[in-house]
Design a protein around this ligand. Structure first.
Ligand code: GLN
Length: 465
């Protein structure tokens, strides 16, 4: 914990952290040491962890990267925070030490971490480049070895894409696996928490602790929690020591390798796939024909839900309230005008528009139909393969300021949005680097599985690593 705190202070220029709790962390670390000495064998006891600033905690502010929530401290801990930490109420905790909260795109809206009200995050591999988003602070913190692990959330790629761009491992579980209680809501039908760490092993250890039914989240799934670590080396039927992935069919969606995919990313991904093949897996062609429509569908559904979720920030009970106003309407208007950044305002406007009378049928309803068809495409593909693999992002990290056009950011989400719309687990695994000028910019291999196939994804990633 002391080493983590020292490195966080030494690398403050990365902009990875928004809040650090040095005193609290040292106290928890000492308590963990005492527990360990008294025979406590919890594997994560005393390991430092950072939480994306979208999770609320009792001890630290939660701003979600927004000016709207400056200084906000919650009266309770998010379930994921409680499960990883010392526990709360009826949850046992894993005993990890919370060292601080990480920077993020405002309300998790973004792909570059340039939408934070508290400044951008730098990618430790190349300080001129973006770390990806929206969990860019968590990804940069793990990549720069400031902390061994961090939490993230993924609504349309926000764990997988920054993990890819920072060269770390991250998994977005099946929708409903990790509780959303205490996660500041962006798009509730898509939001999922997950771990970001060095390896699949580390992610498995965190996921085992994070997962589990929570009566406080109506979409939490009631299901026994597997030991994801134990599953990493469980042999598949037909596997051998030399070929641990024998019998596994890996589907390569045609649409994930088409135009728009940068040559250096494709080459790194194909090299990774060759390694996976050499471990015994068979590569098969599959098709996800509606991939392209995931962008318009997501960028209607997510803003629609966001416009509703963010209506709670009105200057009355939460967050920023304007200094001067004549009446209630002006207080609402000015508080929101001052509190929200441009991308958040854009999404609230799009969301309110697509939900409004006369446009609902033309946009929102159509998007929901496409969402269903995208889920059907995956179901069809999973009759031909066990895991889907491809790139996470069409390019390596770009330079800060290079994609000022919001649409250019949206289009870069092409390979991550569909799994989110279908509620499927998705993972990003380091798969080398780009080429030429991108030779120091990491590439991620994406693995997507059927619902609740986290063990399978983690096993493939672990054998590959
Ligand atoms: N980049 C996507 C967006 O801006 C996804 C963000 C996320 O997963 N939170 O909405």
């Amino acid at each position: 914990t002391r080493a983590a705190l020292d490195r966080i202070a030494a690398h403050a220029d990365l902009g990875a952290f928004l809040h650090v709790d040095a005193d609290g962390a040292m106290k928890s670390a000492q308590a963990a040491d005492a527990a360990r000495a008294a025979g406590d064998t919890r594997p994560l006891l005393g390991v430092p962890v950072a939480h994306k600033d979208v999770f609320v905690t009792r001890t630290l502010p939660a701003t979600a990267g927004s000016r709207m929530l400056v200084g906000y401290v919650s009266p309770f801990d998010a379930t994921v925070v409680a499960r990883l930490g010392s526990g709360a109420d009826d949850f046992a905790g894993a005993g990890m030490v919370t060292v601080g909260k990480t920077n993020m795109d405002e309300f998790a809206m973004g792909s570059a971490n340039e939408n934070s009200a508290y400044g951008p995050v730098r990618n430790p591999w190349d300080l001129a480049s973006i770390p990806g988003g929206s969990s860019g602070g968590s990804a940069a913190a793990v990549a720069a070895r400031l902390v061994p692990a961090a939490t993230g959330t993924d609504t349309g790629g926000s764990i997988r894409q920054p993990a890819a761009m920072c060269g770390i491992t991250g998994i977005k579980p099946t929708y409903g696996l990790c509780s959303r209680y205490g996660m500041i809501a962006f798009a509730s039908s898509l939001d999922q928490a997950g771990p970001m760490a060095q390896t699949a092993w580390d992610c498995a250890a965190l996921l085992t602790a994070m997962t589990g039914f929570d009566p406080r989240d109506a979409t939490s799934v009631e299901r026994a929690v597997p030991d994801y670590v134990a599953a990493l080396d469980q042999p598949l039927p037909g596997a051998t020591a030399a070929q641990p992935l024998k019998g596994l069919r890996i589907g390569l969606p045609r649409e994930y390798f088409g135009t728009g995919l940068a040559a250096d990313v494709e080459s790194a991904v194909r090299t990774a796939l060759k390694t996976i093949e050499s471990l015994g897996a068979t590569l098969v062609d599959v098709s996800l024909p509606l991939t392209e429509l995931s962008i318009p569908a997501y960028y209607i559904i997510a803003p629609a839900e966001a416009s509703s979720n963010l209506s709670r920030f009105d200057g009355v009970r939460f967050g920023h309230r304007t200094a001067q106003y004549k009446d209630l309407a002006e207080m609402y208007g000015k508080s929101r005008t001052e509190g929200f950044g441009p991308e958040v305002k854009r999404r609230i406007m799009i969301g309110a528009y697509v939900l409004s009378h006369g446009y609902y049928d033309a946009y929102y309803l159509q998007a929901q139909k496409i969402r269903r068809l995208i889920a059907d495409d995956f179901a069809r593909a999973f009759t031909q393969c066990d895991v889907i693999a491809g790139p996470v992002s069409p390019t390596v990290a770009w330079n800060r300021g290079d994609k000022a056009d919001p649409l250019a950011n949206y289009l870069a989400d092409i390979y991550t949005l569909s799994a989110s719309l279908a509620g499927l687990p998705g993972m990003s695994v380091p798969a080398g680097f780009g080429a030429g000028a991108n030779a120091r910019r990491p590439v991620g291999l994406q693995l997507i599985g059927p619902h609740f196939a986290e063990e399978r994804l983690l096993r493939v990633a672990h054998q590959f690593q």
